[in-house]
Design a protein around this ligand. Structure first.
Ligand code: NAP
Length: 325
């Protein structure tokens, strides 16, 4: 039996992405075959496709880390908590998520609550896990603190707004468009600003009566890091989630506040930390406080257009590929 999949045979532009037919994989012991209904598209998929930002892939490569669907088959052992037909989301796989089926290790598969659609479930893996790790594992966010999500209109940013509002933080979010700012406000942010407005950090300081924020989650550190430091309160932390180059900072901004700059990569998360992250995400999804926002869906053959769209300015949430619908 064959399945449709997108494959590339060398790194490069979106024209490397081809629709192909390959054998449906058979799960070995400890593996799970998932029939995908949707695949999330994240900026990192485009870096892996292109072979940029330090990412490479073994060829042929099927792009896509995140997805959601149902369990089609289980290998011999190690799946005590899953059955064929279960609704799941995946983050990571052995064969890629831009395909009708994907083969996973058990640790890459998580239960999807009934109230969460497959399209929403396909946006949990990287965006929501990154937001949770940035806020609570790296940022050590506490109820009552004030947070700046610098770049709140994309997949990670909107999840961060939802998770931090639910945790009792006061949230300030930024976006470059009116649609993005409205979406952030709808998720519960108390103040929305335009990160392309040169005065937005002054506006933040005025709104916080000069106190600044306890935490900043930074999506574009090469542009904003220096300004973030001047927006921190005493003991403040900046968590660097995204960056596309170098930046100049004034270390005195850190010294006078006892402030920290903390990097993070989701790929550094330990298995124990990952278990904590996904347990918290399940609880958020099931209670409805976490609900991925979908900006646009594409079909499998439109993966290239989805890769182009996820990097465009004017974000309003997650980009998703629909499959097997
Ligand atoms: P996305 O959906 O494409 O969203 C990008 C976000 O960045 C949007 O909110 C966008 O706002 C905002 N942005 C653009 N210019 C900005 C500026 N000058 N200042 C502040 N924000 C700006 O991407 P994502 O999935 O949310 O990921 C965000 C970043 O984190 C990407 O660079 C991604 O590669 C990175 N990331 C890192 C990790 C990690 O483990 N460290 C994990 C996941 C993602 P507008 O479109 O409104 O301008």
């Amino acid at each position: 039996m064959t399945m449709k999949t997108i494959r590339q045979h060398e790194h490069g532009d979106i024209d490397q992405l081809k629709l192909e037919a390959v054998e449906i994989p058979t799960p070995s012991a400890g593996q799970i075959l998932v029939k995908l209904h949707a695949a999330g598209v994240n900026p990192v998929d485009t870096y892996i496709r292109a072979g940029t930002n330090g990412y490479t892939a073994q060829m042929p490569h099927t792009p896509g880390i995140d997805g959601a669907g149902t369990i089609e088959a289980l290998g011999d052992t190690g799946h005590h908590h899953f059955q064929v037909g279960d609704r799941v989301y995946i983050t990571g796989s052995l064969t890629g998520s831009s395909a009708e089926y994907t083969l996973c290790e058990t640790a890459q598969v998580y239960p999807l609550p009934d109230n969460t659609s497959f399209i929403e479930g396909a946006c949990v893996g990287i965006p929501c896990a990154t937001a949770w790790r940035a806020l609570f594992q790296r940022g050590q966010a506490q109820p009552g603190e004030t947070l700046l999500v610098h770049g709140a209109s994309g997949g990670v940013g909107l999840a961060a707004v939802q998770l931090s509002v639910a945790a009792g933080l006061t949230v300030i979010g930024t976006a470059s468009t009116e649609a993005g700012r409205q979406l952030i406000k709808d998720q519960g942010a108390q103040l929305v600003l335009d990160h392309n407005d040169d005065n937005h950090i002054e506006d933040l300081l005025e709104w916080t009566h000069g106190r600044g924020v306890n935490i900043a989650l930074e999506m574009l550190a090469n542009v904003n890091l220096g300004h973030d430091l001047s927006a921190l309160s005493s003991g403040g932390r900046v968590v660097v989630v995204g960056s596309k180059g170098t930046v100049t900072i004034n270390p005195r901004d850190l010294m006078k506040r006892d402030a920290d700059i903390r990097g993070m990569s989701l790929f550094n998360t330990s298995p124990a930390e990952m278990k904590a992250v996904h347990s918290a995400l399940y609880a958020g999804l099931a209670s409805g406080s976490l609900k991925p926002s979908i900006a646009r869906t594409f079909s499998l053959v439109e993966l290239g257009e989805a890769h182009t769209t996820v990097l465009k300015p004017g974000s309003t949430g997650n980009i998703v590929i629909t499959i097997n619908e």
